[in-house]
Design a binder for this molecule. Structure first.
Ligand code: FES
Length: 170
């Protein structure tokens, strides 16, 4: 499987960007944990163990404290996604609206094998080309337009495979 995002690595540009964000929290630089995690996920696709250690060192925190933040917020990923990460809502309205069938159709379309997926340990499944990944999500707050999904950070309602492919530029 090819990986779309580069592996985590700190360089002078990343350090400068992080230091600039930290400078906004002169009272307590620990408060910069969320901005730093967002920077890392944006650049590297997910929050790796190496990235957690780096954020912890930047903020003088124990790595476990950073891990607690990462695991608390569903928007943070601990596994590498594809270029287009598709989060399909599976809560009641979307389940009744066909989200499980939509997930099956997306996997078939993109050649994704979800047999190893589980909500806690391997929630993200990636296509062999590394371009697409899928994950179930909980309620995305648009229950009246089920099924809904996020493609990266963009929201889509009444979704079918064609709409997702369009969101991925196809
Ligand atoms: S149940 Fe899917 S958006 Fe609420």
């Amino acid at each position: 499987m090819s990986q779309y995002f580069p592996p985590f690595a700190s360089d002078s540009k990343l350090e400068a960007e992080a230091d600039e964000r930290i400078s906004h929290y002169s009272e307590s630089k620990r408060s910069a944990v969320l901005p730093l995690l967002h920077i890392v996920q944006h650049k590297f696709g997910f929050i790796s163990e190496e990235a957690i250690a780096w954020v912890a060192a930047k903020l003088d925190l124990e790595p476990i404290k950073v891990l607690e933040v990462v695991t608390f917020y569903p928007g943070f990923r601990q596994y590498a996604p594809g270029k287009y990460h598709i989060r399909v809502c599976r809560t009641l309205s979307c389940a009744l609206g066909g989200s499980a069938e939509l997930m099956d159709d997306l996997c078939k379309e993109f050649g994704i094998d979800r047999t190893a997926a589980d909500p806690h340990h391997h929630p993200i499944s990636v296509s062999p080309c590394g371009k697409y990944s899928v994950e179930f999500a909980e309620c995305l707050a648009s229950c009246g337009t089920a099924p809904v999904c996020l493609v990266n950070d963009d929201f889509y309602e009444a979704v079918d495979v064609a709409k997702v492919k369009g969101a991925c530029g196809e």
